[in-house]
Structures are given as structure tokens and as C-alpha cells.
Design a binder for this molecule. Sequence first.
Ligand code: MGP
Length: 344
Amino acid sequence: MPKKRKHTSTGASVQHLDTDHTSSSPSKHLNLSAYHPDLDLASFPASSQSLYRSLLPHSLVHPSAFPPKLLKYWRHRHSLFSLYSSGCLLDEQSWYSVTPESVAFRIAKRCATDGVIVDLFTGAGGNAIQFAMTCAKVIAVELDELKLNMAQWNAEVYGVKDRILFIHGDSLQLLDTLLTWRKQSPSISHQQDEQVWNGIKSSDLDAVHAVFLSPPWGGIDYAQPTTTDQNPDTTSTSTSYSLTSIQPVDGATLFSRVCQAFHTTNIAYYLPRNTSLQQLSHLALQLDRPCKLASSTTQNVNHNNNLKVEYQYVDHGRKLSSLTAYYGALATDWDDSTDDWRQT
Ligand code: MGP
């Protein structure tokens, strides 16, 4: 496993650009460019300029175009992307599912590595951008080409595009391919750096430190409780979000397939704040049993059965927003008392 990297943010190489309210707007009625006042499009390469222009009509930019339910996300736009005014673009689904920047930064700090981090549900790139600040390489997979292009553009706004390998494809297909590939080539050291899937090479797979999962939770109304947790100490019960609501496959199935496909227990799982803790613990127990195909997972044996759940607050700590469940070394190697990697 590649060694962990101390968090040393490279900083975004973005400077706040001159305001240019006169630049051509795709719509005279909705002055979209007014909502990106710090964007100086002319300072980007021609290909990026045309990418921005092609994405703009598919993005929700002007508040009058927002469905009323989504307006609250627009009001928090600078919490989602601090460089929003420099040109960040999101489609409707991304507005309500992108990870707020402070939360994404925190997760990236805990996943920092000199190796590779894999983001299997990249969306508009909120997490991938922050991973690019703390990890040597990010593999960002997204099924929806429009969102992937937005992620690419947003990463350019943040000046970190070059650290991210953007892949248009189905993560579940990637997992299936990896399982088959591992059956065929069980050795972890590959003589030749072969192409495994859509530009991912065997050397990338050998360097994977962790996998980040931020799948669709089931729409904007995900917070309706879907399961009942029993507390064995008090015999009380509480209603929670169930991993079965995760799309496109049940969240527990997704977790075990990731573990087997990537030969790692280092998984960070971004989930609703009311996710069933019983179900999260159950996933940790699964890791006690060596993954069926994971011949090399013995190195992680001491890390198995470990889980740390971090609750994430936004709005200056006033509002509980989400949680991240950390498994494997992401849990065991983190020292809560120093809030940093355990010194070895
Ligand atoms: P939220 O619960 O919709 O917002 O999402 P809020 O303001 O807490 O809602 P309220 O009803 O309490 O007012 C909180 C955060 O969860 C968002 O900022 C996203 O980061 C994340 N999130 C929400 N959804 C629906 C998804 C999703 O489907 N997938 C992922 N990965 N994240 C989501």
C-alpha cells in the first residue's frame, strides 16, 4: 500500500480574476455571466472556453431557473464551492448532492496519500477537487457524461485538473471488470503495466490507497427514515436511513464489491446523517472475513473490524449535514486525540 501523505494542500492556483460583466452571455434574458463575476473566460485555453460555453445551457445558474425546493442550495453556493463566482457549474442533481467544500476538504485530509484515491461517483467534482489537493492522483469515475464534464471544468477553475484522471463510465461495470481481472491475474505485482478499464492501468490499481463512495442516496427526500435500529442496551428503537435505499445497488452490496474489486478495506463512505449505525457496524464485521478474492488483504487484517464515523456539520457548526464512515486503515491509523495520522 502506498504510504500516507501528510496533508499539504498545494493550494488552488486560481487567482481571483478581473470582473467582466460585459462578456457575452448565452441568454440575454438571464444574465448568466453575472453569476460568475470572477470568471475571466479569456484566461482559459480555447478548449476550456468552449467546454464552459457548451455546459452553461445545461447548468442551473440563474436563481429564477431553480425549482423552489432547490433555491436553498443556490443560497449556499459559496459553501459548496468557495470559487463558485469564478465559474463553477452544476446541474440540478449536483446542486443537492455535491459535498460542501469544507466537508470535502475534511474527507480529503483523512484520505491523503502519495498514491491513488478512487472516487466512484464523482458527480460535479466537489470531492475529486479536494482529493486533488491532498492525494498524488485521483481517479474520478462518473456515468453521466454531462456531470463528468462539469467536474472537469470545475477542477480547471480550481487549478487541479491535471491531478485527476476523469473517466466516463459505469462504476459497477468497473467493479465487475476488476473482479474478473483479479481472478485472471491473482498476483498483485504486474510485470506489464496493462490497461484494465477505460484508461485505468494495473499500476494505478497497485497504488490505490483508498476508495471513496458518494453514491446517489435516493433523491432529495432521502431523509425519510427507512429502517428501525434496535439499541440492545436500552431496548429503545430509532428510525434511520437504510443502506438499501442507495442507488444503483444496495449500499451493503456496493461496499463488499468495492472491497473485493480493489483489494482494500480502506473505504470512506459518504452517507446521510441518519444512516443506521447498526448497518455501518455490520459492514465492518464483513471486513473481518477476508474478501473471497482478496489474496493480498492479509496486510490489512489488523485493520479489519474497524470503523470510525465522523458527523459533518455545516453553517458554522450549527447544522448536522451528513456523515462519513471510515473503514480499514482510514479508521485505525487516525489519531482522534491529535486529529491527525497516528505517528508510527
Ligand atoms: P440535504 O439534507 O438535502 O441538505 O443534504 P440540508 O440543507 O441538510 O437539508 P434539510 O432538509 O435539513 O434542510 C445535505 C448534504 O447531503 C448535501 O449538501 C449533499 O452533500 C449531501 N447529499 C444529499 N443528497 C440527496 C445526496 C445524494 O443523493 N448523494 C450524495 N452523495 N450526497 C447527497
